[in-house]
Write a protein that binds this ligand. Structure first.
Ligand SMILES: [Fe+2]
Ligand SMILES: [Fe+2]
Length: 202
């Protein structure tokens, strides 16, 4: 894989704090850059989890919730067509559109082992934490006859322990993310299992 290290730690401009894309513009960007429907679903699910967390755990208003959601929604925008430019391309795009540095930073730090950017803010940490675990829970739902129906934390943990299940999901990253965010893995799993089925797909 190409070296994805971003080689910097500052993203966006402070004077752009609070600037976001409209929901329509963010959706349009996602749909035009991401062809792979599985990846679209993943990004929409992570966006939804970020929005729910911002509302329920951070107590943010609608604008704040949208900033969190936007980071989740666009974090993998360049992965489908430009994997060797992940995530430099989406960062550059959002910087040129004068987007809030908080959002760009969260995207830049969603894989510290790859991009060389440590998650610092709570938004950074939660995006990192949701990313891999959300994918594993979704893969689990696809193999269950009832999908998400009556899924529980125990079942997800069993799949986590099976190294061959969703083998591309990094168990090390999940553990690292929970430690950084100071969240018990069980609580994070429970949150995802509860909310992910309601993610709005477009
Ligand atoms: Fe990614
Ligand atoms: Fe992702």
């Amino acid at each position: 894989m190409a070296n994805l290290n971003l080689g910097r730690n500052e993203f966006g401009q402070p004077e752009n704090a609070g600037n976001t894309l409209t929901k329509e513009a963010a959706q349009e960007l996602l749909l035009s850059w991401v062809i792979n429907t599985k990846l679209r679903v993943h990004m929409q699910q992570v966006g939804y989890l970020m929005q729910r967390w911002a509302a329920e755990k951070e107590g943010l208003d609608e604008q704040g919730q949208w900033r969190w959601e936007m980071a989740g929604l666009l974090h993998d925008a360049d992965w489908d067509q430009w994997p060797d430019q992940h995530c430099i391309k989406i960062i550059t795009e959002l910087e040129s559109r004068k987007i809030c540095p908080e959002i760009i930073r969260a995207i830049a730090s969603h894989g510290p082992a790859y991009f060389g950017v440590d998650p610092v803010t709570q938004m950074d940490k939660m995006l990192y934490a949701f990313d891999e675990l959300s994918g594993l829970v979704h893969a689990y739902s696809l193999m269950r006859p009832g999908g998400y129906d009556s899924m529980d934390v125990k079942g997800v943990k069993k799949r986590l322990k099976e190294k061959s299940f969703a083998a591309n999901v990094s168990r090390d990253d999940i553990q690292d993310a929970c430690e950084r965010a100071a969240i018990a893995q069980d609580d994070l799993i429970a949150f995802i299992v509860k909310h992910q089925p309601s993610a709005v797909l477009f």
